[in-house]
Structures are given as structure tokens and as C-alpha cells.
Design a protein around this ligand. Structure first.
Ligand code: TXA
Ligand code: MG
Length: 376
């Protein structure tokens, strides 16, 4: 493993210094690892045509070799360098949504080393919308394989500090251009299947894709697979975005959720468990009397703000040393549209599927029993 410290290049997010970009591009061309901002999250980049460099991504992240990477392009014209048998709809989608948070799974070009795609004959591609990512891609003139720049199973990084917290000393360079604007990863769709399949909800709303893909298949709730099944549909493992405390998703209407917290938190306190609460602003004002660490993520009516803060808040709980985190979620209707779908998906995974639904039809006693069954 590398022992050198990671170099940090600070650049302007809109007009990055060309000298810093050239140095990072040079490092990529020489097979080194460079973390860089995209409009979604920070990515950990390597030359996608260099199998050795790609292997170093997996090692640095401690990512299983069975989980394929996304290849980033500067330009739609580069598609034919990395993919073959490209369907017409891929060009229509690229025209409409690129640069932007949409990843297309296509047939892999033989020039792309197999380890990029964990041995499959497909390849995931996207053109990111961040000026720094685009400047870097143009400067090195190479397709760049880049997963999110976090250690495996940690929340994706939305700042350069998050990258360093996970990967300092394990990668060569991180380009720091401040926080990423969207905060959740790209939407991934598989165009090699018929009908096309949503693999991950993300920054591009699924509703907007339907105009191009009327038969797009979307799973009913979060797409969750077991360790074994995930070989067929990677990236859908349940435990995928977990902070160190145990997250429990609290679904349902505001008053009922607050009432439940007032009965549950003291129970946990008495058991010596430190409690964290991840709440919208208006609910956070109602829990000052509880013995708990409270973080807020804005208003649930503003999904883009929630998305932007979500991963940073989950990471923040790690350094606060809490044992159990109650996280409020978008309501059922919001979880089916736009960014709400991606927010619910990430919260559900962070909670490893633990959900408590509060409401008039369920007694506090039943909820407490459910909660106790979830506890560490
Ligand atoms: O927004 C994003 O997509 C960020 C930024 C850095 O671009 N990248 C990202 O990469 O989130 P990663 O590796 O954390 O997630 C890539 C997802 C995984 O769920 C992976 O399994 C899936 O895309 N994927 C990649 N290649 C695939 C393929 N050939 N077939 C099916 N799924 C694939
Ligand atoms: Mg990731």
C-alpha cells in the first residue's frame, strides 16, 4: 500500500486552475489515483484503459472486485471508445441528460479492461456536469473509471475532507473544489436488458426518463439483494451507506413521530445507549427536552437540500459517537418521485432495512417492541 501522504489541490469550482488540472491529468495518465468532485459526489478516478490503475481503485477503497465501476467521459463522442452495439436511445438520453447525473449500462468495448466491469461484458458510462470533472477529463483525454471516493460501505463523500477521512495516504491526489452540488450519486439504468431496468435511483428523476424509456422497469421499493444475488445486480447490497451507529428509519406523520421519540428515547437512555436524531428543521425544534444529539437536514419539502446534506450528516454522527440514530424519512408519496426516490433509497440502505412506521393504527407498545428487536 502507498505510504505517501495524499496531495490536496485546492481549485475554484467553476474556473479551476489549469496548472493544477494538468498535474492531476498527468498523474492519471501515469496510472495514479486522483479523487475529484463531480456534481453528485466525489469520485476516485483512474485511467479506465489501464487494468493496473483500475485494480488500485479497488484496493484503495477496499471494494470487492465483484462490484463494477462507472466510466466517466468528457464527451458523447467518446462513447464508441468504451462501448459497442450502442442503442439509439442511449444517444437520445445522452443528448438530453448529459452532462449530468445519469449513468447508462451498455455493452463493453474490448479495449476496456474487464476489471472495470468486474468481468461482465457491460460497461457503465456517464458524462459528469461538474466543471472540475470536465476540465480533468478533457485535460487527460482518457476515459476515467471512478467509483465514489469512500471506503467500501461508508457514505459517499460530498467534500474533499470526507475523501481524506477515508482515503488519506491511500490515494495520490484529491482535488478540493468545495462541496458537491447534488450530494447523491447518479441514476443508473441498464440499457442492455429488455425492458431497460433501473439499477439505482439518483440525481436524475426517473419520471423524466420515462419520456425516452416508456417501458423502463423500476423496482417497487429499494432494490435490495442478498450477498449472493448481488453478483447479478451489483450495487444493490442492503448494507451500503452505513455510518457506524445503527440507523433506524422513522416513517410517518410528524406529530406521531415526535410522540414516539418522546417515549422511545428515554427507554434507550436508561439502557445506556447514546441516541442521535436526524430530523427536519421543524421537528428538531420539538425535541430540545430529549437527551439526544440532534442534526438537521433542512425541510422535507425541499428534497434537493435534504439530498445535499444527507451523507455529510450520516458521517457527522460517526464522530459524535452515538449508538442508535433515528432518521426521519420523506413520506411515501415523495419516496416515489424525483429526488425523493434516491433519498429514501439511501436512508433505507443506511438503516439496513430497519423501518418503524408510526401512525394511529399502531400502538406505542408495539413500536417499542419492534424497536427493541432492532437494537444492538
Ligand atoms: O454519481 C455517481 O455515479 C458517482 C460519481 C463519482 O460519478 N459514482 C458512483 O460510483 O456512485 P459507485 O461505484 O459508487 O457506484 C456505481 C454503481 C454501482 O451500484 C455499480 O454496481 C453500478 O453503478 N455499476 C457499475 N457498472 C455496472 C455494470 N456494468 N453493470 C451494472 N451495474 C454497474
Ligand atoms: Mg459508491
Amino acid at each position: 500500500m502507498m505510504t505517501n501522504a495524499t496531495q490536496v489541490f485546492h481549485v475554484d469550482p467553476v474556473h479551476p486552475d489549469p496548472i493544477a488540472i494538468a498535474a492531476a491529468a498527468q498523474a492519471l495518465a501515469e496510472g495514479r489515483l486522483v479523487a475529484f468532485p463531480t456534481e453528485t459526489v466525489y469520485g476516485l478516478g483512474a485511467n479506465a484503459l489501464d487494468a493496473g490503475a483500475v485494480e488500485r481503485i479497488f484496493i484503495a477503497k477496499q471494494r470487492p472486485f465483484s462490484d463494477p465501476l462507472i466510466v466517466h467521459l468528457a464527451d458523447v463522442a467518446q462513447l464508441t471508445d468504451v462501448a459497442i452495439n450502442i442503442p439509439t436511445v442511449a444517444y437520445a438520453l445522452a443528448e438530453r441528460f448529459w452532462p449530468g447525473p445519469l449513468t447508462l449500462v451498455l455493452r463493453r468495448h474490448p479495449n476496456v479492461p474487464a476489471n472495470v466491469s468486474a468481468g461482465r461484458d457491460t460497461v457503465a458510462v456517464r458524462m459528469p456536469a461538474h466543471p472540475v470533472a470536465l476540465a480533468l477529463l478533457r485535460a487527460c483525454a482518457l476515459p476515467i473509471a471512478a467509483p465514489s471516493a469512500n471506503l467500501f460501505s461508508r457514505p459517499s463523500p460530498t467534500t474533499a475532507q470526507h475523501v481524506l477521512d477515508d482515503l488519506d495516504g491511500r490515494i495520490d491526489i484529491v482535488i478540493d473544489a468545495g462541496p458537491t452540488p447534488i450530494g447523491l450519486e447518479s441514476t443508473v439504468i441498464d440499457l442492455t436488458q429488455t425492458p431497460p431496468l433501473l439499477l439505482r435511483p439518483g440525481g436524475t428523476a426517473v419520471d423524466a426518463l420515462r419520456a425516452f424509456l416508456p417501458d423502463l422497469k423500476t423496482p417497487d421499493g429499494p432494490l435490495i439483494t442478498s450477498e449472493k444475488e448481488s453478483a447479478a445486480s451489483p450495487g444493490t447490497l442492503l448494507k451500503h451507506y452505513s455510518p457506524r451507529g445503527q440507523v433506524i428509519l422513522l416513517a410517518g406523520e410528524s406529530q406521531a413521530a415526535l410522540r414516539f421519540l418522546h417515549s422511545a428515547v428515554p427507554v434507550l437512555n436508561r439502557r445506556g445507549l447514546r441516541v442521535g436524531l436526524l430530523l427536519p428543521d421543524d421537528e428538531a425544534r420539538e425535541v430540545a427536552d430529549l437527551q439526544a444529539t440532534v442534526l438537521t437536514f433542512g425541510s422535507l419539502r425541499e428534497p434537493s437540500a435534504v439530498a445535499r446534506h444527507l451523507f455529510a450528516r450520516l458521517r457527522a454522527f460517526d464522530s459524535l459517537g452515538v449508538d442508535v440514530i433515528f432518521a426521519r424519512s420523506v413520506d411515501e408519496k415523495s419516496a416515489r418521485v424525483g429526488l425523493g426516490m434516491a433519498i429514501y433509497d439511501r436512508l433505507f440502505r443506511a438503516a439496513e432495512g430497519r423501518v418503524l412506521s408510526v401512525g394511529d393504527d399502531v400502538s406505542d407498545m408495539d413500536l417499542l417492541n419492534q424497536l427493541l428487536a432492532y437494537l444492538p
